[in-house]
Ligand binder design. Sequence first.
Ligand code: HMG
Ligand code: MG
Length: 298
Amino acid sequence: MRFPTRIRIVEVGPRDGLQNEAKPVPVAVKVELINRLSESGLAAIESGSFVSPKWVPQMAATSEVMAAIKRRPGVSYPVLTPNLQGLEAALEARVEEVAVFAAASETFSQKNINCSIAESLDRFAPVAARARAEGLRVRGYVSCVLGCPYEGAITPLAVAEVAGKLAAMGCYEISLGDTVGTGTPTKALAMIDAVAARLPVEMLAAHFHDTYGQALANLLAVMERGVAVMDASVAGLGGCPYAKGAAGNVATEDLLYMLDGMGIQTGIDLDRLMAAGNFISRALDRPSGSKVARARGN
Ligand code: HMG
Ligand code: MG
């Protein structure tokens, strides 16, 4: 079996992890979490969303968070921007990267961003064009790549079509989201194969939620196909407000432990990462969702 020698981990805990928290998480806690994550060697930390505060109240203070974090050279702090209004806020916050987020399921698209897939792509095109004209990098997400909480099965072809359209509008990377975490390795492989038939595998990232405990197995499977970018959430925080019951992404600590054990380079220090995970778990007053953190008694 051949695996990539280096994996880029995109930390999504401060955004995907915290967006679903019922109680408001203070700005100071978010800032300290992001600063601690920056010190672990992570090079990409998704730090918030410029979305409607009525839809996702927990992300309402993203401007304040972005103004207060200590930006470490070489680290990017991307944010989600669903429309031009969000992009304006992101530009004011001096981000280097934004993400637009589409879905491979019509129903999920309606529930998440209140429009059809086609309408969302029409809305993202000017966002991507303007962002790129301002020198920003644009990442594209596709949700529900291995199943939808409303529609059930989603075909690999539906995923590949949306991924191709996001790439055509200038997204440098397409993050493929198993939003509900129901996927299994063979399904994940079929999905990656369909997308990789249209786009270079180097452009693809895996964003797997761990609701059914399949995320690490699915990540290992797609690594065999050369996928070398993985999204993860420190302490396993999170879930999507529009995918009821969905758990967080694979815990960053657990992914890093696996990659370290396989001799795969990431540039991230596990002890420092665990310190960040333990900090946020204490702040939220709950045990860490990372098995590695629990095994080490934190
Ligand atoms: P809408 O209601 O259709 O939009 O929402 P609208 O343009 O008609 O605007 C309605 C109101 O929202 C207006 O305010 C706008 O100003 C405001 P009002 O006049 O009523 O007071 N508004 C905004 N405010 C701040 N920032 C903005 C913005 N845009 C409009 N950017 C919209 C459409 C997309 C805005 C809405 O549906 C929304 O914000 N949805 C939230 C989606 C979201 O954040 N979901 C979670 C993240 S996605 C995810 O977790 C999946 C992922 O992790 C991958 C995976 O796991 O699969 C990425
Ligand atoms: Mg997600």
